[in-house]
Design a protein around this ligand. Structure first.
Ligand code: ZN
Length: 178
């Protein structure tokens, strides 16, 4: 176990002698993932094997968590209804694609050391608003889980819980470290 300063905004940092995965929050600015990974490598001596962006389900905005007295900000966003969370999740992903931001992302998964199995290079942007389960876009397409909705939109039902979600394509992070 390696302890890093709190301002690195790390949620967890379980680093073994050979390999590990570390998750960092989005509070670091864009591009900071490489600097954070380099610092972890400096501290641990473990070489970075891969980075994946992690996307939010926004399930934490569900009204279920706030009780009867929700804030005006949550009421503005549909009062934490499943429908409003679904629209927010899709809208942030579209916003990110157009403006190059990370409003739908909450952090990264870092892989260090000698990872013997293949590391999935693509980030899974399709994260269920009901259960938080991530699904790779190519797999959803290959299994015919994606269908048209109102002509323009693509949707899929979560393979784990069946909740309907908007579908977005996955973008590969570049470049992947060796
Ligand atoms: Zn689900």
């Amino acid at each position: 176990m390696v302890t890093l300063p709190w301002w690195k905004s790390l949620r967890e940092c379980n680093i073994s002698a050979r390999s590990s995965a570390v998750t960092g929050f989005q509070s670091c600015r864009v591009g900071a993932s490489d600097a954070l990974a380099a610092e972890i490598t400096n501290v641990t001596g473990l070489k970075l094997a891969g980075i994946r962006d992690l996307y939010s389900s926004f399930e934490y905005l569900n009204r279920y968590y706030f009780g009867a007295h929700t804030s005006w900000r949550l009421r503005l966003m549909g009062n934490g209804s499943r429908r409003s969370i679904t629209v927010l999740s899709y809208a942030t992903r579209l916003f990110d694609r157009v403006f190059g931001t990370r409003t739908s992302a909450y952090g990264w998964a870092f892989y260090f050391g000698n990872i013997e199995e293949a590391i999935e290079p693509a980030s899974w942007s399709n994260v269920c608003v009901g259960c938080g389960c991530g699904s790779p876009a190519p797999w959803l397409l290959a299994t015919n889980a994606v269908r048209r909705y109102l002509l323009f939109f693509k949707v899929y039902n979560c393979p784990k819980c069946g909740t309907p979600n908007f579908f977005t394509s996955d973008e590969q992070r570049s470049p992947q470290p060796i």
